[in-house]
Design a protein around this ligand. Structure first.
Ligand SMILES: [Fe+2]
Ligand SMILES: [Fe+2]
Length: 438
């Protein structure tokens, strides 16, 4: 089916008329681009609020796929007259997606995004395919066909996580009304809101939770200490040449799995930087997905090495502290301090793990290192931009120094507040890991 022109899209100039069909499809691509951008900025708020690591991983993967779709759409869109030069999401799209962040519980939150928001995006892609000319717009068609495949797979992947209850159904109905304000994907009329409709955001806009959800897993403040009876990771053991390499391998998997804290706090930066250039959110989405993969390295390997994941407490300190700091400081601590500072210890660990001739462990650590190098590069590229967006005008170096000082202060106030959920007998500790290889 070939696109038809609506009165608002008519151009009066002859030049405009000559490319009217292109402009109409470029307009639809622009809409798709903004929908993907809005999904990235809103769905990331679900990550700290859902508990199951597997569900966090899946949302991060879908956010990364949306970022990839967005980049290809913009690249193709810019080949077409009428796509526009800015990266901005129009306010009515953001209003509908912002509303989806305001669900009262994690199950409704996930249902809203995957039963209402994602299907709207999928329908919009399907409409594009029907509306465009298969030969004239073949380059777009190839992309959109692929994205439809991704969206259909995402629906299948999320299905086991979708729950039903009267409250969830009511929430999805509320969101269906909000999405109705955008009009149907096929360009049909906007559905008017009922007269008694209340936008939740008009009463209370989105704000981050003070702590992140890890249910059903036990939690604590930190998995790092110097005491083998206290935590699984004993700092001194990581660099001690006398530590058994098999112990080091378990410790690094615990460390990697706990990069789930990076997943939770990096997720908070998107909605706090809504005006960011798309490329920044694209790289943040990649960074987020990388951290979710690193966490999976540990999550999937530890049970193979005899660790019962229900005995491994999850550390909440970094999220709890960083969420109290402004977004530019969160991102600065992550890239300029934690990531940039992790290379020497991780290099020693990699050398020790190689003694085990464990090809899979070596591979996971090599990819982790490669990803982390990219993350530090992202930090150098994007921290100045995030600083600018958040109104910080001082030189980057000065800002990073002040941030480190602020982190120390905030750690005193907000750190160490999560007691061990499990007793020393129940929880995994360094002592118990050592005993596994005695
Ligand atoms: Fe990582
Ligand atoms: Fe990283």
């Amino acid at each position: 089916m070939v696109a038809t022109q609506t009165p608002s899209q008519k151009s009066t100039s002859k030049a405009g008329l000559r490319t009217a069909a292109v402009q109409q499809m470029a307009g639809l691509q622009r809409l798709l681009f903004e929908l993907e951008r809005a999904f990235i900025a809103s769905a990331t708020t679900a990550v700290p609020r859902v508990g199951e690591p597997e569900l966090k991983y899946l949302i991060c993967q879908h956010v990364w796929e949306s970022a990839s779709h967005g980049r290809f759409l913009r690249e193709r869109g810019r080949e077409m007259t009428g796509f526009g030069k800015s990266d901005t999401i129009r306010p009515e799209i953001w209003r509908a997606f912002h509303e989806a962040t305001l669900a009262s519980d994690p199950d409704a939150l996930v249902a809203g995004f995957y039963r209402v928001i994602k299907p709207y995006i999928l329908d919009s892609y399907r409409h594009y395919l029907e509306a465009t000319h298969h030969l004239a717009d073949w380059p777009s068609r190839r992309l959109v066909e692929e994205f439809i495949g991704d969206e259909e797979r995402a629906q299948t992947e999320i299905e086991p996580w979708l729950k039903t209850s009267p409250e969830i159904e009511a929430w999805c109905s509320h969101l269906t009304l909000t999405v109705g304000t955008l009009g149907r994907p096929d360009g049909q009329a906007v559905t008017p809101l009922p007269t008694d409709f209340v936008w939740l955001q008009s009463e209370q806009p989105y704000s981050h939770p003070d702590t992140c959800n890890r249910a059903p897993y036990p939690v604590c403040s930190s998995v790092f200490s110097e005491d083998p009876k206290e935590t699984p990771i004993v700092r001194a053991w990581l660099e001690d040449p006398n530590t058994d390499a098999r112990i080091i391998r378990v410790l690094i998997y615990v460390w990697l799995m706990m990069e789930l804290d990076a997943v939770d706090y990096l997720s908070t930066v998107f909605i706090d930087t809504l005006e960011a250039p798309f490329d920044l959110h694209h790289d943040l989405a990649r960074h987020l997905w990388d951290e979710s993969r690193h966490s999976q390295f540990g999550f999937r390997q530890l049970p193979k090495h005899g660790v019962d994941l229900m005995t491994l407490e999850h550390s909440l300190d970094l999220y709890n502290i960083l969420v109290q700091m402004p977004p530019a400081e969160r991102y600065a601590m992550m890239t300029m301090e934690f990531e940039a500072g992790s290379f020497p210890t991780k290099a020693l660990i990699m050398d020790r793990v190689r003694e085990l001739n464990d090809f899979e462990a070596d591979t996971l650590l090599a990819f982790d290192r490669n990803d982390e190098q990219n993350h530090v590069r992202y930090g150098h590229q994007w921290l100045p931009e995030i600083m600018k967006l958040c109104g910080h005008t001082e030189p980057v170096e000065e800002f990073v120094k002040a941030t480190q000082a602020n982190f120390a202060k905030m750690a005193e106030i907000h750190g160490g507040k999560t007691p061990h959920q499990l007793s020393p007998e129940q929880r995994l500790t360094g002592e118990k890991i050592a005993a596994m290889f005695a």
